[in-house]
Design a protein around this ligand. Structure first.
Ligand SMILES: NC(=O)c1ccc[n+]([C@@H]2O[C@H](COP(=O)([O-])OP(=O)(O)OC[C@H]3O[C@@H](n4cnc5c(N)ncnc54)[C@H](O)[C@@H]3O)[C@@H](O)[C@H]2O)c1
Length: 236
């Protein structure tokens, strides 16, 4: 299964549906290169919808997606979507069409384990919902946390992990525990049937074949920026 750069969006999940070597839509003959661009169009459409834009021209959508408009029109024609002359594309409808094509019309269930500072921030982020993810449970091992809620969700004991994963068909587990707890939590998620892990803890996780792990480390991003800052200073 292909892993894309940032798996915090529905777009990424879409990309997983078109793993290399596996023709996504052989019967309908959509070229693989077009299929690979559909998640990019979807991300652009989500951004337009979030700005309250109801219709867009092919030029606007192409600009937002970073492709040329002729290629975009050709790609969308494979979906039978040609837009309306003088009006353009209906953002919501095109978004639905593309999401349906790449199989992300149903939200993926996500649990977050470790509801401290970071877990709270992630649980509070409304953007997951519009990108095809549904946070179904917030789990923590600390009894002091069990009286807390974030939005509509109460923080529940880690002991309920297996029950929640089974009941909600959880696909993705987000780990926001201290490093020392991350591997045992990961093992437990995997044993319960979770096949994708997003790990924020500063530790490399071991997982069996068939389980995808993505690690997020903001300090690495900062170090990359620091490198560029240093080069700017030398240049000046
Ligand atoms: N990747 C990044 O860029 C980034 C940024 C910030 C923090 N972090 C990491 O994220 C993690 C969380 O950071 P934080 O600031 O939120 O810490 P925190 O101490 O505020 O929260 C950690 C939470 O995990 C819970 N916990 C501990 N053991 C657990 C277990 N076995 N099962 C379930 N819950 C458990 C604690 O009760 C606590 O609520 C840390 O590992 C930190 O290093 C990563």
């Amino acid at each position: 299964m292909s892993a894309t750069r940032d798996r915090s969006t529905g777009v990424e999940h879409a990309a997983r549906a078109v793993a290399p070597g596996r023709p996504a839509h052989p019967a309908r003959g959509i070229p693989e290169a077009t299929v690979a661009r559909l998640p990019v169009y979807l991300r652009a459409l989500v951004a337009l919808a979030e700005r309250g834009i109801a219709t867009c021209s092919s030029e606007e959508l192409a600009g937002a997606a970073g492709v040329n408009s002729a290629k975009l029109r050709k790609d969308l024609s494979y979906l039978g979507s040609y837009g309306t002359r003088g009006v353009g594309y209906d953002v919501e409808y095109l978004r639905y069409q593309i999401a349906r094509e790449i199989g992300v019309t149903q939200d993926l269930a996500v649990v977050i384990v470790g509801i401290g500072n970071l877990g709270h921030a992630l649980a509070n982020y409304a953007g997951f919902t519009s990108r095809g993810f549904r946070i179904v449970a917030l789990l923590d091992s600390d009894p002091d946390r069990w009286s807390e809620s974030v939005g509509d969700l109460a923080v529940v004991p880690l002991d309920r992990l297996e029950e929640v994963v089974a009941a909600e068909s959880v696909a993705i587990g987000v780990i926001a525990t201290p490093a020392s707890a991350a591997q045992p939590v990961c093992d437990r998620l995997v044993a319960a049937g979770v096949t994708s892990i997003l790990n924020f803890a500063p530790v490399v996780l071991s997982v069996p074949d068939g389980v995808d792990v993505r690690k997020v480390d903001l300090s690495i991003e900062l170090q990359i920026l620091a490198y560029h800052e240093q080069r700017k200073a030398v240049g000046a």
